[in-house]
Ligand binder design. Structure first.
Ligand SMILES: [Fe+2]
Length: 287
């Protein structure tokens, strides 16, 4: 039950520039002054009209806290994650949203499964779940945005035995169901099938309650970490510095081979992100 269409990277070069500028608190005029690049060129790149060449990318990288090599590679459109074989994971689109939803099984020989980020048209999602008659034990929700949880009520009513797991800070987004949600606390693990566990990893930054779920060598990251990017910051208490620090401290310490299943865009691996993601530098912790 595995289908991986070719997905575009979640963020364009313009998106990467915008997020790093916001994170570094630099506007176009300040960045132009710091790099000696014309403001109108930066504005064009922010709108994805063209992209910086290698020399321009090198000049932009330092003031925006990026590694020169990584941003040059990204600006040249020369990076995409490699192929992954993920037999226990099914990814589905969540139209009308652009987000990824997932079904993950505990093991090849078990029917216990979890739904990650129930969103999009409930009839479409329920039809998909019914087409795979598994024992859905958990509804894992990475964060409060509609494109990750607006079908929670429909899925919870169809699968009343499935436990909802969502950070309490973000849980008001699912209304009355919030009262039934298992909270997310650092280091906690839930039993999953006969041999596996789901590790709950709070990673505030995209939202204050944004969290990741690790099941063996699979990591569901919501809008915290994407292939070649990170989520935007919409929290009240936590921001860009927290987001990057949490990714470094909680996610980049996982083994290189850990598969990353993000809320948007293609899957990737922890090792690839630690080495190539332009939001981080080469001095990240090694595992
Ligand atoms: Fe989001």
């Amino acid at each position: 039950m595995n289908q991986w269409p070719t997905l575009d990277l979640e963020d364009t070069v313009g998106d990467v520039l915008r997020k790093t500028m916001r994170g570094s608190r630099m506007n176009v005029a300040e960045l132009a002054a710091a790099t000696n690049i014309a403001a109108r060129s930066i504005e064009a790149w922010l709108a994805d009209r063209g992209a910086p060449d290698a020399d321009e990318a090198a000049r932009l990288a330092a003031p925006l806290g990026m590694e020169r090599r990584r941003f040059q590679q990204r600006a040249a459109g020369a990076w995409y994650p490699g192929d992954l074989a993920l037999p226990l994971v099914h990814r589905h689109a969540q139209l009308p949203h652009p987000s990824n939803g997932y079904v993950v099984r505990a093991a090849r020989d078990e029917r216990v499964a979890a739904i990650v980020d129930p969103a999009g048209r409930p009839d479409v999602l329920l039809a998909l779940l019914r087409a795979h008659p598994l024992d859905y034990s958990y509804i894992l929700i990475t964060h409060k945005h509609d494109d990750h949880c607006d079908a929670a009520e429909a899925v919870a009513s169809a699968y009343p035995d499935a436990r909802i797991v969502m950070h309490e800070v973000d849980a008001p987004a699912i209304g009355a169901l919030a009262a039934e949600a298992l909270p997310i606390r650092k280091g906690e693990r839930l039993p999953f099938g006969t041999r596996n566990e789901i590790e709950l990893i709070p990673t505030p930054g995209h939202t204050d309650g944004s969290s990741c779920f690790r099941i063996g060598d699979l990591l569901f990251t919501g809008d915290t970490l994407f292939a070649g990017s990170v989520g935007g910051c919409f929290g009240d208490r936590f921001g860009y510095t927290d987001l990057l620090a949490n990714i470094r401290r909680e996610l980049f310490v996982l083994p290189d081979a850990t598969a990353v299943l993000p809320g948007h865009g293609p899957p990737t691996r922890i090792g690839w992100e630690r080495r190539e993601n332009p939001f981080f530098t080469d001095e990240e912790p090694r595992h």
